[in-house]
Ligand binder design. Sequence first.
Ligand SMILES: [Zn+2]
Length: 200
Amino acid sequence: MRKTFMYRLYPTDAVDHKLLWTLSRCRELYNVVLTERRDAYTCHVKQHPNYYDEQTRKQLTRAAKKLVQCYQVIVFEDIQVGNLIRKPKPTQDVNGKYLPNRASAKGGLNKSMLDAGWGIFVSICSVKAAWAGRTIITVDPKFTSQVCSQCGQVKKKDLSERWHSCDCGAELDRDVNAAINILERGRRQRGATRVEAPCL
Ligand SMILES: [Zn+2]
């Protein structure tokens, strides 16, 4: 796009930097939305997540605003939505008979990941956080829900298992346990000192 303005801008280094930064965030948001729509198409999800869909956008924006208003540092799992929505491989037994591979369960997860518009949400948060001077940290999502947030032991569990109970006596919701782990990783990444997890 070419545009001519009556007055030429002479931005300072700081302004120049900010402009470039804003442009790259917009580009990022555009690309994330594009990827998400493409993924939705390949997965045959009937309803595509659409940033321009009034209700989705309002919901996501409201949630992002709340986060940014309440917290100085926000930590996200660095989830590649594309990896999560791959179809599970078919499994066969020795006779060539197909075994259940939890495809329908994964299909449900895929759909909810796409419906939630996760990538779009993270992008909206990044933009809002930047304007509000907040920090966004993304961390490695590996084992965040399997590791015990109190003792560090790996406790394997199925996606359907919603409760985390460990030999060390930790008893808490699976998602709360994962959230504490994610926050702790974010803090470590930032080089902050450890803050005790709240009693649950
Ligand atoms: Zn434990």
